[in-house]
Design a protein around this ligand. Structure first.
Ligand code: HAM
Length: 432
């Protein structure tokens, strides 16, 4: 027994799991097409500076960072957004807006491995660049709802907020960005007492602390009532009021699409990434306490990377976590089972014929396996049965003289001699 194992936090995906992953990926790609997002492929390795710039302390400290052999400080990407923003600031700088871009692939974070948290994981990521309008935010939320429903997940719940609410209050108190970021990080980790203590020690007033306390406690499924209350709580903090109004507009657009989307508004909601400037959200399935996806508006990142000021909003969905949620909800895959064929030459000298026929069938888009173990027909048939193969094509000398083979339906256990030129038709039209 080999002593080699996967590295901690890394996983193999065996055929059944790989199939489920690829199914989710195909739905994500289809969702991208349905919403007009063009797929791009960006590198797994990026410059450390780019990835670290606005990732937030939590992700920054968990990056797989190293020096390459050319002494460059690089890292494995922990997310896609920085790479897409880099493109918009450089190569795609002059592309007409809006730009809708989609990526799917693996990401790396040195997180503590646990249920739904891995060191290598997959995301489907959508970025809408160039619009500061609430309809762009609404589109990103709708798109997430479409994807969750299209993979068959039920009863997903959206948690929504706006970073401008807390930041509006904190910046009114003249708290520096750095302190604000730290407060937001603590809020994201639900360490509210530590967050408040930090704000207080940085000079936040009593009124500010009380306001934040009230905001943190304010959450509700009646979104418009919650938004009204939030507006009351932040009265006097102009930027926070604007943020609440913006969130309200987005919520109106989302709720008026006619599609039922379950949303809870959390006034004190914060997310770990530092680049957010507007609406933020996460989506959950009731069976899994971890977010299946998250995103929000980030209007200043592209400028920070040296590009034109470009408002942007986006989302990333955790494919691994969607997979877990589907397994917990016992979602059945609605994929068509393809017929599979095993070609078995009766004798060693007929293997050339087996390969030739296999090629003809594949050219007609029929998946084929050829018996390559040199087994006797009975053994090979037993194996084909075990693999739940639909048909066996048995090549024997007697039939071959008549330009024919035996086709056996392994489910029905019936067989017939069929001319080679009729194999494709027989299989495609279920004539056996
Ligand atoms: P994020 O919230 O860091 O956002 O990640 C998005 C999703 O990726 C999470 O909701 C989760 O499903 C999945 N995910 C994150 N870390 C792990 C992990 N260790 N194991 C398994 N799944 C994980 C972003 O990455 C932003 N770039 C989203 C975005 C795009 N915002 C604007 N545009």
């Amino acid at each position: 027994m080999s002593a080699f194992r996967t590295v901690r936090g890394m996983r193999d995906f065996l055929p059944e799991e790989a199939k489920l992953m690829k199914f989710i990926e195909s739905k994500a790609r289809r969702t991208a097409q349905l919403y007009g997002y063009k797929e791009i492929i960006t590198p797994v390795v990026e410059s450390y500076e780019l990835l670290a710039a606005k990732a937030g302390e939590e992700i920054r400290s968990r990056m797989y960072a190293f020096k390459d052999l050319g002494d460059r400080k690089v890292a494995l990407r922990p997310e896609f957004t920085a790479s897409v923003a880099r493109l918009i600031a450089t190569t795609l700088r002059n592309e007409p807006k809006p730009l809708r871009l989609f990526c799917v692939g693996s990401l790396y974070r040195y997180d503590e491995p646990q249920q739904g948290r891995f060191r290598e994981f997959w995301q489907s990521n959508y970025e809408l660049m160039g619009s500061n309008k609430p309809e762009a935010d609404a589109e990103i939320v709708m798109l997430t709802d479409s994807l969750m429903k299209s993979v068959g997940l039920k009863n997903c719940v959206f948690k929504m907020g706006h970073v401008g609410v807390l930041r509006g209050v904190l910046s009114h108190e003249k708290l520096e960005d750095k302190v604000q970021n730290e407060v937001m990080q603590l809020m994201d980790k639900k360490q509210y007492d530590d967050a408040l203590r930090l704000a207080e020690s940085a000079g936040a007033s009593e009124k500010c602390i009380v306001t934040i306390q009230k905001l943190v406690e304010l959450k509700g499924g009646d979104v418009f009532e919650t938004v009204e209350k939030a507006k009351e709580y932040v009265r006097g903090y102009k930027r926070a009021v604007d943020a609440v109004m913006n969130l309200c507009e987005i919520l109106k657009l989302v709720s008026e699409t006619g599609e039922k989307i379950d949303i809870t508004v959390e006034a004190g909601f914060a997310r770990g990434l530092e680049y957010y400037t507007g609406m933020i959200f996460e989506v959950y399935a009731p069976e899994t306490p971890i977010a299946l996806g998250g995103g929000g508006r980030y209007d200043r990142l592209i400028e920070l990377f040296g590009g034109e000021p470009t408002p942007a909003v986006g989302v990333a969905h955790g494919i691994d976590r969607i997979m877990l949620a589907m397994q917990r909800q016992k979602t059945t895959l609605r994929t068509e089972e393809e017929k599979t064929i095993m070609i078995i030459p009766i004798k060693e000298k007929l293997k050339r014929e087996a390969l030739k026929i296999s090629r003809t069938l594949r050219d007609a888009d029929i998946p084929v396996e050829v018996e390559v173990m040199g087994r006797k027909v009975t053994k090979a048939l037993e194996d084909a049965d075990r693999r739940e193969t639909s048909y066996a094509i048995i090549i024997g000398e007697k039939e071959l003289k008549e330009d024919a083979v035996v086709i056996r339906n392994l489910k029905k256990r019936e067989q017939r001699v069929v001319k080679i030129e009729n194999i494709i038709e027989t299989i495609k039209n279920n004539k056996l």
